[in-house]
Design a protein around this ligand. Structure first.
Ligand SMILES: [Cu+2]
Length: 217
């Protein structure tokens, strides 16, 4: 074989390998964002009557790479400050909607400020939406409402949380939660930037950064 022939074969093989790698990458991202996570341990109850702490929310930087297995970052059944905290906690409502006055594919409200150990009832008013962690404070656990009609999640770590609806993330279907303070504000800025880089609809490209700058300071 001449050097030239060798070089030709080498180039063709390299191109095939790169092509296969790209296809695998695309497919695994698609499956990661559409699959239902098999682990039930951080799934809270979907009975509206019951508020449990089985799913404290959050954990950092999952979303930037959907192929990271969420299980790896979960400390199951960890202790929570809410176990020993005295006082009345509130359950707030966040609705998942196909449309409201602010646009299509939205959480309502898209920004909510709550106190430590308060819960949010994610209500799937229109079918086909979920709410899952994109980025959250250190020490918190990720959540995913898995297309349940109603899921109550308690928040036991202070800071800012970004969550999305997996099928409509590219349409900027996401929301922000502030639990008491904004200790992770700098990380959140770059997480929102990263989230928006994947938004495909020009009209809503800056939806989340607009919500952020309007509400968080
Ligand atoms: Cu959705």
């Amino acid at each position: 074989m001449t050097d030239q022939q060798f070089f030709k074969i080498f180039t063709i093989v390299s191109i095939i390998i790169i092509f296969i790698a790209v296809v695998i990458g695309i497919l695994s991202n698609i499956f990661a964002s559409y699959s239902f996570h098999p682990s039930e341990q951080y799934m809270s109850h979907n009975k509206e009557s019951e508020i449990t702490r089985t799913a404290p929310a959050g954990k950092v930087n999952l979303a930037s790479n959907p192929s990271i297995k969420q299980e790896e970052t979960i400390v199951a059944d960890r202790e929570s400050v809410c176990d020993t905290m005295e006082g009345e906690f509130t359950t707030h409502e966040v609705k998942m909607l196909n449309e409201n006055s602010s646009g299509a594919m939205v959480f309502e409200p898209s920004f909510i400020k709550i106190d430590l150990c308060d819960s949010i009832n994610f209500e799937m008013v229109d079918a086909g939406h979920n709410a899952e962690t994109v980025a959250a404070p250190n020490g918190s656990l990720p959540f995913n409402t898995k297309y349940e009609k109603s899921t109550i999640i308690q928040f036991d770590v202070n800071g800012l949380y970004l969550y999305q609806c997996a099928p409509h993330a590219m349409m900027a279907m996401a929301g922000l939660i502030q639990v008491s303070d904004t200790n992770n504000i700098e990380e959140m800025k770059s997480e929102i930037e990263r989230f928006e880089s994947n938004v495909m609809i020009p009209d809503v490209k800056t939806r989340m950064s607009d919500i952020f700058s309007k509400n968080v300071n």
